[in-house]
Design a protein around this ligand. Structure first.
Ligand code: RFL
Ligand code: PHB
Length: 397
């Protein structure tokens, strides 16, 4: 088989890239290790920044998102037993975020791809990338006991943190930066109305909690838990009880509990690969970087990588110019490091770390108190949460 761009990984990055390239008249084949249902079964991100919303529109798949997505103009912060609101809209001159689950976004992209008859190989085994330091790279895989080969001009590594693309880059050409946090997030999805109309980020003496949602009738909650906890050991009752202990009186009164639809524990990590380009292979999304979910940035960063990669590939074919692909890493990494910094800062501000001294939570409360009572402090949170502009800092360079 021959295509222009072989995309490894059919998560949100790979699917969005495929759809944008299709709109630009460029062929791509997606090779995905697991089944489509498995991809849709992973409950992950819930918050879209405006740049991600715009890209879904550009890809022609935004209709259901605009109908069902919930626009949020603010978030709440609960610490020291009191709630404070961050008015995202007012503080950023009219910017908002949208609650629309990664599952739904992925489903929209999958449906558009299959409606357009675009090729996706699911359950591909032993996917390998070859000769990406030349102008004729190729991808191999096995399916139904047969070996297959896709010749291409470019390989897009959209295969997530555990994928094969980053692992295939020469060790001498790659530098990886990593911080692993000493706790995880236990997430629970339930068909119950959300405890609040906006998200609540909670710093409590018992650890972090987050009250999120997917719709007016579906809630998503998270609890900070030790890495040694096993999801099987957390009953629904134990989860609700612990969440109540981390909430305020109003939260305890308003919380509607019910059976979980899904429960899982995710580790927290900050991770960046430099560079993101290796000859004719590019890393995009979680394949190149991971943020702890506290800042709700992972999917949004993936979407902007995809935008920059799409623009560079289109420039290559339409203008016969390699300037865009040469600049891909630099362009992405500026935005990535800004989001990494915010996610790391917000994580350390909101969580309890093992072996913290008593003074640490006092510092956290004092910092939160400062942030919530200072216009500049509120703006710092708001402008990062809604997403810094794509050209942030450009006028100063
Ligand atoms: P994915 O979603 O991991 O998809 C990669 C795909 O590649 C496939 N794959 C392979 N395919 C072929 N060959 C191989 N060798 C392969 N190895 C792997 C995998 O099966 C998979 O289908 O990466 P992608 O597309 O870059 O998307 C990134 C996002 O999924 C991720 O950044 C977000 O989910 C992060 N995230 C959040 N991001 C936000 O922007 N806002 C949020 O509110 C938010 N909340 C979250 C999150 C992530 C979480 N977890 C579980 C880590 C909340 C949580 C709890
Ligand atoms: C989610 O709804 O899954 C979610 C929302 C905000 C975050 C992380 C996860 O910061």
């Amino acid at each position: 088989m021959r295509t222009q761009v072989a995309i490894v990984g059919g998560g949100p990055s790979g699917l969005l890239l495929g759809q944008l390239l299709h709109k630009a008249g460029i062929d791509a084949v997606i090779v995905e290790r697991v089944s489509g249902d498995y991809v849709l079964g992973r409950i992950r991100a819930g918050i879209l920044e405006q740049v991600s919303i715009d890209l879904m529109d550009e890809a022609g798949v935004g209709a259901r998102m605009h109908k069902e997505g919930l626009v949020h103009e603010g978030i709440e912060m609960l610490f020291g037993g009191e709630r404070h609101r961050v008015d995202l809209n007012k503080l950023t001159g009219g910017k908002n975020v949208m609650v629309y689950g990664q599952t739904e976004l992925t489903r929209d992209l999958m449906e558009a791809r299959s409606a357009a008859g675009l090729p996706t190989v699911y359950e591909a085994q032993n996917v390998r990338v070859h000769e990406f330091d030349s102008t004729h790279p190729y991808v191999t895989y096995e399916k139904n006991g047969k070996s297959e080969r896709i010749d291409c001009d470019f390989i897009a590594g959209c295969d997530g943190f555990h994928g094969v693309c980053r692992a295939s880059a020469p060790r001498s050409a790659i530098k990886e930066y990593e911080k692993v946090y000493p706790f995880g997030w236990l997430g629970l999805l339930a068909d119950t109305p959300p405890v609040n109309h906006e998200l609540i980020y909670v710093n409590s003496p018992r650890g972090f909690a987050l009250c999120s949602q997917r719709s007016a009738t579906r809630s998503r909650y998270y609890l900070q838990v030790p890495l040694t906890d096993k999801v099987e050991e957390w009953t629904d009752d134990a989860f609700w009880q612990e969440l109540k202990l981390r909430l305020d009186d109003k939260g305890r009164r308003d919380l509607v509990t019910g059976p979980s639809i899904e429960k899982s524990i995710a580790p927290l990590r900050s991770f960046v690969t430099e560079p993101l380009r290796f000859g004719r292979m590019f890393l995009a999304g979680d394949a190149g970087h991971i943020v702890p979910p506290t800042g709700a940035k992972g999917l949004n960063l993936a979407a902007t990588d995809v935008k920059f990669l799409h623009d560079a590939i289109v420039e290559f074919y339409k203008d016969k110019s390699e300037a865009g692909i040469d600049d891909y890493s630099r362009k992405c990494l500026g935005r990535i490091w800004r989001a990494e910094r915010f996610s790391w800062w917000f994580t350390q501000l909101m969580h309890r770390f093992p072996h913290d001294e008593a003074i640490t939570s006092k510092f956290q409360n004092a910092e939160l108190d400062y942030l919530m009572n200072s216009e500049s402090g509120l703006k710092t949170i708001a402008e990062n949460y809604v997403g810094l502009p794509l050209d942030f800092g450009a006028s100063k360079r």
